[in-house]
Design a protein around this ligand. Sequence first.
Ligand code: MRU
Length: 352
Amino acid sequence: MKNIEWCNDALVLLDQTKLPTQVEYIHCTDWRQVAEAIKMLRVRGAPAIGVAAGYGLILAANEANRLEAPFSEQISAFYEWSEELKETRPTAINLAWAVNRVMAIVKAGQFDAMNEVVDRITKEAIAIHKEDVELNTRMAINGATLFEGKKHLRILTHCNAGALATGGLGTALGVIRKLHEQGQLEMVYADETRPLLQGARLTAFELHEDKIPVTLETDNMAAYAMQQGLIDAIIVGADRITTQGDVANKIGTYGLAVLAKFHNIPFYVAAPYSTFDFTLKHGKDIPIEMRTDDEVLTFQGVPSAPTGIHVLNPAFDITPHELVTAIITEEGVLTPDYQESIARLQSVVEAK
Ligand code: MRU
């Protein structure tokens, strides 16, 4: 099932808010529809929102091209809209990374007309998507090396870091898929992931569709599962990783990492280069998206708490690097000292 497709000058997105009960696609012909889809989590997952924003920029450039105005005015409208797209969600750095990558070409290029910009950025947006597919596969191979010689693995994952969250196989679920393909996987334990149920609605759905054994648990059952010896390793995705290896991911990830430490279970993070923020050292400096109260106060539109009550609804939390056993990337597996291994990753990628 394709989650993102560029088709005849439109971006076709699978509406993930409707899964698993309805499979509906949205045809975006206006960049504002892409912005809305990102905000509302119709498309979600750090790499996927980067890919979607890349295509959203083509729609914005097309609109700028239709303005009956001089090129300088068209381009300044385009810059303004690119900033709006970039600001749709604050935590996942892949979004800003993709927008900055495309806009760097626009800023550097000697373009004379908007249609030249459209042609060039179309190529770049398609390249971002294609690269994401490829690097998911490399990440899966690299992650599987951590489990060499091991069988009957029981892996816990949180939220959805799968095909629905990326352009390819997924980050954490890419590694899990590889282990399944190699006959090493016994069971995936999928955390339900309150409040929006990405684990139940999306991860359990994806794995079940692909006939990968999955057991769903509510978030508060993870400690029990670890205490009972049901979990061999945890693999999660990430929305942003700092230069010292602090990890922002879906709310609840930090709690899992603390539990993993107590139960002596390895805690792995799988993420591509585009998830690293080389401008930040400390996780506390990562902006955490706060979402609306109704996500916690209601369940599928039905009130599940007294109206008017105070709500805390951060979409992400920060796992300090001390709790992360290894970070799986497309360039290899990074281990502590992360300051050194992440700096090496940066120089390898920049040298390419
Ligand atoms: O709010 P979401 O559903 O976009 O959150 C997604 C996650 O937290 C994922 O774990 C993360 O983006 C990695 S996806 C490969």
